[in-house]
Design a protein around this ligand. Structure first.
Ligand SMILES: *Cc1c(COP(=O)(O)O)cnc(C)c1O
Length: 461
């Protein structure tokens, strides 16, 4: 029996210990992430090019590859205090159940109404939109976590919030939709007939249930056609990773309190924002040659951007209205099979993480859905928190690493990101409980067909 007193079950930081600045890992990267390109001219997007779509201050953050620390504005810090610092939990009960000598910690980000880490960036983005004097913002949402977070942030700063929600989720997941409406957002199922690109997609694919890529195209168009509106995005972009660094900074501060140095850091990867945020300060040490860590991205086998994707310039959206980003991608046309981890279904990946992965600074694994839910069930029963399906990808990988330690007898320290709770994902849990969950893995032919449509972009120097 392990003693449960090595460190407290939950390591909390005090309010005063809340980090006062975000950390920009790009400042320490030798190979910077590739710039966003204009889809027409293939030239790097400048501040002026991006102004019609994004908020000014967020563009500055997007393009800033050099400033290591960016102060968190006081109103954002004050909002953070309502639900941060978030706890770092020692998973004593899970360790015991697994019989592993490994020490497992998880950083829990589900402790707010939106139920995930996405609020960390939503509140920052809403703040900068407000400071610019905008009327409102538009965005897309898949399963609804980002839309929920953004609607909370917008209502706090009294901004209009227009959400394009992937149609299948709009119809099948009414609860998050109603949370958004409760916070005052308007929610439109996508593709819709309210935008040109939506009408074009509907004409080409009548009866489509939508995708994140379609919803992004609609939200971008809606922002560019309304005076005083800009588009905001909940993952993938450099600015979002910057805001999410709060997760990693707090994790590092909590570990430092007890002189704990992790061996392995694990996070699920959809667009890469929670993982990028969690690993940022650790990756910084690694990039500066101060310390080494194993860092593992975990993605669904049904949407394997890192493990089977191509590192290439691609469209960020289906309607091809957004700039091109260089990233590990499955092709902007790729629509993953119905997977229950809605937040991990994006075809691409953060450019920052893509570059780090390409440079061999982090690893990636893909896991199948049924195995993910087995891990979720075990975790829920041991640790008391019902995890989101997305987060459960990280749990799966953490359990697998802990079981390897059981074989070798190594006492490794594993830290993973528990990005959210699964209360709105009970249909997925129901499928699992009924033994009706399936694992769909795309074939090489399907991926090849999607890669064939990647845009041809000449090498830029
Ligand atoms: C959106 C979401 C993710 C994935 O997004 P990333 O940008 O890859 O972090 C993971 N977990 C939860 C709970 C989410 O809502």
């Amino acid at each position: 029996m392990k003693q449960h007193n090595e460190v407290p079950y939950k390591i909390y930081l005090s309010e005063d210990e809340l980090p006062k600045a975000w950390y920009n890992v790009r400042a320490d990267m030798k190979n910077k992430p590739a710039p966003l390109l204009n889809p027409g001219t293939h030239q790097p997007m400048t501040f002026e090019d991006l102004r019609g779509v994004f908020c000014d201050e967020l563009i500055r953050q997007e393009l800033d590859n050099d400033t290591a620390y960016i102060p968190i504005p006081q109103p954002v810090l004050d909002f953070y205090k309502m639900y941060r610092p978030s706890p770092l939990v020692r998973a004593y009960f899970l360790e015991e159940k697994l019989g592993t000598p490994a020490k497992i910690y998880y950083k829990f980000e589900g402790n707010n109404t939106s139920g995930s880490h996405k609020l960390n960036s939503a509140i920052a983005q809403a703040y900068y939109a407000k400071m610019q004097g905008l009327k409102g913002v538009t965005t897309e949402t898949g399963a609804g976590q980002w839309g929920t977070a953004l609607s909370m942030a917008c209502s706090f700063f009294d901004l209009d919030c227009q959400v394009y929600m992937v149609k299948v989720s709009y119809e099948q997941k009414p609860f998050r939709r109603e949370v958004m409406r409760t916070y005052g957002a308007s929610v439109t199922p996508s593709p819709s007939d309210t935008t040109e690109v939506g009408r074009r997609i509907l004409a080409a694919h009548p009866g489509t249930s939508g995708s994140l890529g379609c919803a992004i195209s609609e939200a971008v168009e809606a922002a560019s056609k309304q005076e005083g509106y800009r588009y905001v995005l909940g993952s993938v972009l450099n600015q979002v990773l910057l805001h999410q660094s709060i997760i990693g900074l707090e994790t590092k501060a909590a570990l430092d309190k007890y002189n704990i140095v992790p061996d392995i850091i694990i996070g699920c990867a959809g667009g890469g924002s929670n993982l990028g945020g969690l690993i940022s300060p650790f990756m910084g040490e690694k990039l500066r040659g101060e310390r080494d860590y194993r860092i593992i991205a975990v993605e669904p086998a049904s949407c394997p951007s890192f493990t089977r994707g191509k590192f290439a310039y691609d469209f960020c959206d289906t309607g091809m209205v957004c700039p091109l980003a260089k990233m590990y991608t499955l092709g902007s046309d790729f629509i993953p099979s119905a997977n229950h981890a809605g937040g991990l279904r994006y075809h691409g990946m953060s450019s920052v993480l893509s570059q780090l992965y390409h440079d061999g600074l982090m690893e990636a694994v893909s896991v199948e859905q049924t195995e993910v839910f087995k891990a979720a069930e075990l975790f829920a029963r041991c640790e008391g928190t019902l995890p989101a399906p997305e987060s459960s990808h990280a749990i799966r990988a953490a359990i697998d690493e802990a079981l390897k330690c059981k074989e070798t007898g190594e006492e490794k320290t594993i830290v993973f990101g528990l990005t959210g709770t699964g209360y709105f994902d009970m249909v997925a849990y129901g499928k699992f409980n009924d033994g009706q969950m399936t694992d769909y893995i795309p074939t090489d032919e399907e991926l090849a067909a999607s890669f064939a449509k990647l845009p041809q972009v000449p090498e830029i120097k």
